[in-house]
Design a binder for this molecule. Structure first.
Ligand SMILES: [Zn+2]
Ligand SMILES: [Zn+2]
Ligand SMILES: [Zn+2]
Length: 144
């Protein structure tokens, strides 16, 4: 096996996991909404100073590959990740711009794509909706 096949547990799609990756999984589970890898790295570093940013990047890539984490959008040019319970069926995400809460929404594109011009066959697309969740919306002052 190549060395790039990191050990991991169920979240990583295998039976073994390093203590650092266990800590990363636990940090993700403590987060309530979408996060960037940089934000997760700050959280894990506060828990365990031996966990470097590169370790978190590799762990997140592995967790995304095993579908335990999903990429749900971007913030200021950084990918946003979250746990998503929607499963494998095709769906999109609505991300609160203030608290990072993520909800699942149906695909707005497939109907339009069925009527695509000149027989073009659409093979992939990305849509993320951003807004304010009900509690952020109720608390008033808008995004900033
Ligand atoms: Zn999802
Ligand atoms: Zn919110
Ligand atoms: Zn779609």
């Amino acid at each position: 096996m190549p060395a790039s096949h990191d050990p991991a547990d169920a979240a990583f799609g295998s039976a073994r996991i390093s203590p650092q990756r266990r800590e990363i999984v636990s940090a993700v589970e403590a987060l309530t909404g979408a996060f960037t890898v940089e934000e997760l790295a700050r959280t894990t570093h506060a828990r365990d100073a031996s966990i470097g940013t590169a370790t978190v990047y590799r762990a997140v890539a592995a967790l995304e590959a095993s579908r335990w984490l999903e990429r749900v959008g971007e913030r200021d040019g950084s990918a946003l990740f979250a746990r998503c319970q929607a499963g494998a069926h095709h769906h999109h995400h609505v991300v609160c711009e203030r608290c990072g809460r993520v909800e699942v929404t149906q695909c707005p594109v497939e109907i339009a794509a069925a009527e695509n011009p000149d027989g073009f066959r659409i093979t992939r697309h990305e849509v993320t909706l951003y807004g304010l969740c009900p509690s952020c919306s109720a608390s008033g002052t808008g995004v900033s």
